[in-house]
Design a protein around this ligand. Structure first.
Ligand code: FAQ
Length: 311
C-alpha cells in the first residue's frame, strides 16, 4: 500500500501535476512546505513593519493612502499563506508561536531600517522586485494551495513594485536633495535585496531536494542573476547608480557580472544580529499580546454561534 502511494506521488511530480491536501505525500515534502510557507507568511507579516513606520509621516494624503493599501495587502498575503500552510495540518497559532519564539525564520530583508521616505520607493522597486522574481516561479509549485495563493500575491506584488518605481521617478524629477535621498536608499537596500534569494547554491542545503519535488523551480543563484539583469536597465532609466563597481555586462554569458554580497552579514542577520531583528520581533510580540482580546472575542462568538446552531 505504502509503495503504491509513494509511486502515485512520484508520478504526480514527474507529470508536473499538482499535489493536493488530501493526497499522500512524503513527510519530508510536507515538512519542507510547512517550513517555506510559514517563513514566507511570517515575512509578509513582519514585512509590514518597515513600511508601517512611514504611514503617519507620508508626505501627502495620496502617498499615505497608497502606503496604507500596500501594507494592508501584505497582511492579506500573510493570511493567504497561513491558510495554505494550514492545509498541511499545522495550526496558525502554532506557527505564530514558532515565529515569536524564533524557532522559525522570516526574510532577512525586513531587519533593515527605513530611514527616509525614499526607502518606501526603494522597497517597492527592489524588495518587491526581488519578491516577484522569486515568487512567479512559485505559482507553478507542485503543491496546489501554495501555487494558487502565489498567483494572487504576485499580481499584487507587481502593482507594489510599480508604485515604488513611480514614487522614485517622481523624486528623481524633484530637487537635488530628493535625488540624493533616492541614491542613499538604493545604496543601503541593494545588497540586502540580493540576499533575499538565499545563500549561494553551493551553500543552500534545501535547493536540490526542493527542485526535485517541484517546490522550487530555479536555484537561488539563477533567480539572483535574473533580478540583477532585470534591475540594471531600470536603474539606468531612473538615473540611480547601483553600488557595485563589479557590475558589468558580460557579452559572452549574456548576463551582468556582479560582486558577491557580504555573506557574513547575511549570516549575522539570520542569527538574529541584524540592525532591527530585536525590534521587529518585540513589535510582533507586542501586537500579538494586544490582539489577545480580539482572538478571545472571536472564539467566544464562534462558540455561541455553534451553540445556537445546536439549539
Ligand atoms: N532570509 O537552503 P536554502 C515578501 C534560510 S518577500 C532568511 O537556500 P530554501 C514580500 C532558509 O530558510 C520575502 N532566511 O533555503 C514583501 C534556510 O533555513 P532553514 C519572503 C533565509 O528554503 C515585499 C537556510 O537559509 N519570500 O515577503 C533567507 O531552499 C515587500 C538555507 O537556505 C519568501 O519567503 C533569507 N533571505 O530557499 C513583503 C519566498 N534565504 O529554514 C513586504 C519563498 C535563505 O533550513 C514588503 N521562499 N534562508 O532553517 C523561498 O523561495 C525560499 O525559501 C528561499 C530560500 C529562496 C528564501
Amino acid at each position: 500500500m505504502d509503495e503504491e502511494l509513494h509511486e502515485h506521488f512520484t508520478r504526480t511530480i514527474e507529470r508536473d501535476q499538482r499535489v493536493e491536501p488530501r493526497d499522500w505525500m512524503p513527510s519530508g515534502y510536507r515538512r519542507t512546505l510547512v517550513r517555506q510557507i510559514a517563513q514566507h507568511a511570517h515575512s509578509e507579516i513582519i514585512g509590514m513593519q518597515p513600511e508601517g513606520n512611514w504611514i503617519t509621516r507620508a508626505p501627502s494624503l495620496r502617498r499615505k493612502a497608497i502606503l496604507l493599501a500596500k501594507v494592508q495587502d501584505e497582511a492579506g498575503h500573510g493570511l493567504y499563506l497561513y491558510s495554505a500552510a494550514e492545509t498541511l495540518g499545522v495550526d496558525r497559532a502554532e506557527l505564530t508561536d514558532k515565529l515569536l519564539s524564533q524557532k522559525q525564520k522570516y526574510s532577512s530583508i525586513f531587519n533593515y531600517p527605513t530611514l527616509t521616505f525614499a526607502d518606501i520607493g526603494v522597497i517597492g522597486w527592489l524588495v518587491d522586485g526581488a519578491a516577484i522574481v522569486n515568487q512567479v516561479p512559485l505559482c507553478r509549485c507542485s503543491y496546489g494551495p501554495y501555487g494558487r495563493a502565489m498567483v494572487r500575491i504576485c499580481k499584487e506584488e507587481s502593482f507594489h513594485q510599480r508604485q515604488g518605481y513611480e514614487l522614485l521617478m517622481t523624486m528623481m524629477n524633484g530637487t537635488s536633495r530628493q535625488r540624493e535621498m533616492v541614491q542613499d536608499a538604493t545604496d543601503r537596500w541593494w545588497w540586502p535585496s540580493l540576499m533575499m534569494f538565499g545563500p549561494p547554491d553551493g551553500d543552500s542545503p534545501n535547493t536540490r531536494q526542493s527542485m526535485e519535488w517541484g517546490i522550487k523551480r530555479h536555484t537561488n543563484d539563477e533567480l539572483r542573476q535574473k533580478f540583477v539583469d532585470m534591475t540594471v536597465p531600470q536603474a539606468e532609466a531612473l538615473g540611480v547608480r547601483l553600488p557595485d563597481s563589479g557590475l558589468v555586462y558580460n557579452p559572452e554569458r549574456g548576463h551582468y557580472d556582479f560582486s558577491e554580497p557580504d555573506w557574513d552579514e547575511f549570516r549575522r542577520v539570520l542569527e538574529g544580529n541584524g540592525p532591527c531583528n530585536a525590534q521587529r520581533i518585540e513589535r510582533r510580540r507586542e501586537a500579538h499580546r494586544d490582539g489577545a482580546w480580539v482572538r478571545e472575542a472571536a472564539a467566544a462568538h464562534a462558540a455561541k454561534q455553534q451553540q445556537r446552531g445546536r439549539e
